[in-house]
Ligand binder design. Structure first.
Ligand SMILES: Nc1nc2c(ncn2[C@@H]2O[C@H](COP(=O)(O)OP(=O)(O)OP(=O)(O)O)[C@@H](O)[C@H]2O)c(=O)[nH]1
Ligand SMILES: [Mg+2]
Length: 696
């Protein structure tokens, strides 16, 4: 029998109190003897030097404690939107979450974004309204905001006294609180007919234990979200929360004897530069010296294992299903990789048997793990990184590659002609963190050029192209015909096969399914840089023609046997021609901005917004503050951010969240390509990506 494990994420808008609450939970469970403070830089989970200096969380961190018979791995996450990718990576390994909301600030932009992701993934979530000790803390007001802006499926779990003072406290309601019982019935009956019927028959007739059971059942299915109140600073309400974490969230038991299956959600480097992978186990047991398959059929030997036991990680000879562990020795492993024995099986078999044991919650593409499937929008900014000492260029490349291992979304790009390195970014704070990390961990001084938006390209019409086997223009031994159609916003790239299955080179790809998967990959790779050099998206690419050549085939198909390289190298040429015919438009990232400004500064702020071309929704008045909402191109948000202190005496607060992409007005911005353009055949053929490989 394995122990019951609960992998619990703590999520919130920046500064809501996640790290402080984590301290409280560890203290309450007896793991630490003293509550650390974010402000003094003494918490368990904000352990990086930079986190302590800045008082914000940058990386997710694991700490564990025991609650009754449940072993909890608590994963503290960063709240700053620049580090949303850290949260993303954690989501797929959670059994449950606590969403922290500040009682003073209430529901904030990031709270909404996080709650939406938690709901999409059906992660059971409790809410903790923190900071009830602070003046200005609300109760009813916050509950109402949660119900209006996050979800109406909530139950307030108790009552508050002395709100807004150091003496504020929270008591859980129970069977004797008639009002609480009515609240429970109302919410639970919406999703349970038995309760509804019993309630209609006799209002007082539903026994309280039945309500508690149903509350647990619906919470575990992420249908209902209990709301707790408290203060991570004074400790108020934390005990109530802890009692119900064990009672209302689903701990996983898993099967330690089943086949090994897990997901990697974090990578870090140890003191001597060795790679450490954080894995959440869904099934089976890993022991040191086991050979472990991961990702796309690689395999390395596990040299050491550490599991989280009461606080930090301790070395152990093995780790079993349900737990989170640090693994050493897996040199080729990447974030998002699946690990497990099943990866050794043929793909067709794997497909059939994988659903038999608990799967990570995020939808997955077998080939790429959880990479490529994103809950949150991608970074919208990029910048060129220049070493201050020119000779450091090679070292910088190595350092950035290592940072990209821990955060693949920084997406290091190298422009071969100018020898420039650029990274993708969510924002200025992330940029500063990268700069500081390069300085302290790698001894590299760097300068960033101006941050610019990352545009995307969308096809605007339908375009078709074909290259026929043996045609003069076709340097490869294959026929590939492709049609490019626009698809709805946000739908990504969809690849479809519309050819007679008998024309497929199945001696190369085994099944039509594998062929489709591989062709889809070639197409996606080619579309990373479109006509204007930006990632192409929101399209359907359909394969309409396919032929290969065989030595004893009919004259039209006779020739050396086609290889996979023929299909791989020909596809980009056809895709790009189809795109060129479809036509594409460059779109820019648009951001929803929420401004909070003192009422008397509105006369300065509104004209400034007008200058940016921002359409402003009617400002709403809250006490002495105006809240203004508007949408702006991401490039403008920076300018606004810079002007805001001057316009508002330094009192204005700007918060932004990604809204979508819109076609740019005016000139189409172009990006220098990092690879040869297949539309320029000579150039393309001179590179290894397109170059003709002589066959024996
Ligand atoms: N008064 C009061 N202050 C709190 C409470 N909880 C946290 N704080 C303060 O709020 C600030 C942010 O707390 P953190 O615990 O770092 O918040 P966080 O959510 O981890 O922040 P990020 O990880 O950077 O998003 C710190 O100054 C804390 O001391 C609380 O219950 N009451
Ligand atoms: Mg934190």
């Amino acid at each position: 029998m394995s122990q019951k494990e609960l992998n619990l994420g703590i999520l919130a808008h920046v500064d809501a109190g996640k790290a402080t609450l984590t301290e409280r939970l560890l203290y309450g469970a007896g793991v630490i003897g003293e509550v650390g403070s974010v402000d003094a830089g003494t918490t368990q989970t904000d352990s990086m030097e930079l986190e302590r200096q800045r008082g914000i969380t940058i990386k997710s961190a694991v700490a564990s404690f025991a609650l009754e018979d449940v072993h909890v791995n608590l994963i503290d996450t960063p709240g700053h939107p620049d580090f949303i990718a850290e949260v993303e990576r954690v989501l797929s390994v959670l059994d449950g979450a606590v969403l922290v909301i500040s009682a003073v600030e209430g529901v904030q932009p990031q709270t909404r974004i996080l709650m939406r992701a938690l709901q999409r993934l059906r992660i059971p979530t409790l809410m903790f309204v923190n900071k009830i000790d602070r003046p200005g803390a609300g109760d009813e007001r916050v509950v109402q905001a949660i119900s209006e802006r996050l979800t109406p499926a909530i139950v307030s779990m108790g009552t508050l006294r002395e709100l807004g003072t150091r003496a504020a406290y929270f008591t859980l309601s129970g069977a004797d609180d008639a009002e609480f019982r009515t609240r429970l019935v109302e919410v639970l009956a919406e999703r349970d007919d038995a309760i509804l019927t019993a309630y209609i028959e006799d209002e007082a007739g539903v026994p309280y234990h039945r309500l508690r059971e149903e509350l647990a059942a619906q919470t575990k299915r992420a249908l209902v979200h209990p709301v707790f109140f408290g203060s991570a600073i004074t400790g108020a309400g934390v005990e109530s929360l802890m009692a119900d974490i064990a009672a209302l969230l689903p701990a996983a038991e898993g099967d330690p004897d089943g086949p090994v299956s897990g997901t990697v959600f974090k990578i870090e480097r140890g003191a001597s530069g060795e790679k450490i992978a954080y894995v959440r186990m869904f099934s089976g047991t890993i022991r040191t010296r086991d050979g472990l398959p991961f990702g796309n059929a690689r395999e390395d030997k596990v040299t050491a294992i550490a599991v989280f036991e009461l606080g930090s990680a301790v070395q152990r000879p093995s780790v079993s299903s349900g737990a989170v562990a640090k693994l050493w020795g897996l040199d080729g492993i990447q974030i998002g990789d699946r690990i497990g024995e099943t990866l050794r099986l043929p793909r067709a078999v794997r497909r059939r048997i994988v659903p038999m044991w608990p799967e990570p919650k995020a939808p997955e593409h077998e080939e790429t793990g959880t990479k490529g499937v994103h809950e949150f929008p991608p970074p919208t900014l990029e910048t060129v990184v220049v070493p201050n000492v020119p000779d450091d260029k090679a070292r910088l490349r190595v350092a950035l590659a290592q940072l990209a291992e821990q955060d693949p979304l920084i997406n290091v790009r190298q422009d071969d002609s100018r020898q420039e390195l650029s990274v993708s970014l969510y924002g200025e704070v992330q940029k500063e963190v990268i700069q500081a990390t390069l300085a302290t961990d790698f001894g590299l001084d760097v300068t960033f050029r101006e941050t610019t938006p990352i545009y995307i390209e969308r096809p605007i019409g339908t375009g078709e192209a074909v290259e026929i086997l043996h045609a003069e223009s076709n340097p490869f031994l294959a026929t590939v015909g492709l049609r490019m159609d626009p698809a709805p916003y946000g739908s990504g790239i969809d690849f479809r096969l519309q050819v007679d299955p008998r024309t497929l080179p199945l001696y190369l790809y085994k099944t039509a399914e594998i062929f489709t998967e591989k062709m889809g990959q070639y197409v996606r790779l080619a579309l990373q840089e479109g006509i204007f050099g930006w990632q192409v998206t929101d399209c359907i690419v359909t394969m309409t023609k396919c032929t290969y050549s065989v030595p004893d085939g009919p004259p039209s198909r006779r020739g050396p046997l086609s290889t996979a390289a023929d299909f791989r190298k020909l596809t980009p040429i056809v895709v790009m021609r189809a795109l060129e015919r479809a036509g594409s438009v460059v779109c820019e990232p648009i951001v929803r901005v929420s401004l909070e400004i003192p009422t008397d500064t509105i006369g300065a702020v509104m004209p400034a917004l007008a200058r940016f071309g921002a359409a402003v929704e009617t400002p709403s008045l809250q006490g002495k503050l105006y809240t203004i909402e508007t949408v702006l191109p991401v490039a403008r948000v920076h300018d606004l951010q810079r002007q805001l202190p001057r316009l508002t005496r330094g009192e204005g607060v700007l918060e932004s969240s990604f809204e979508g992409y819109e076609p740019v007005s005016g000139d189409q911005p172009t990006r220098r390509r990092t690879t040869a353009n297949p539309l320029n055949i000579d150039e393309y053929m001179s590179t290894s990506r397109g170059g003709y490989t002589p066959r024996e």
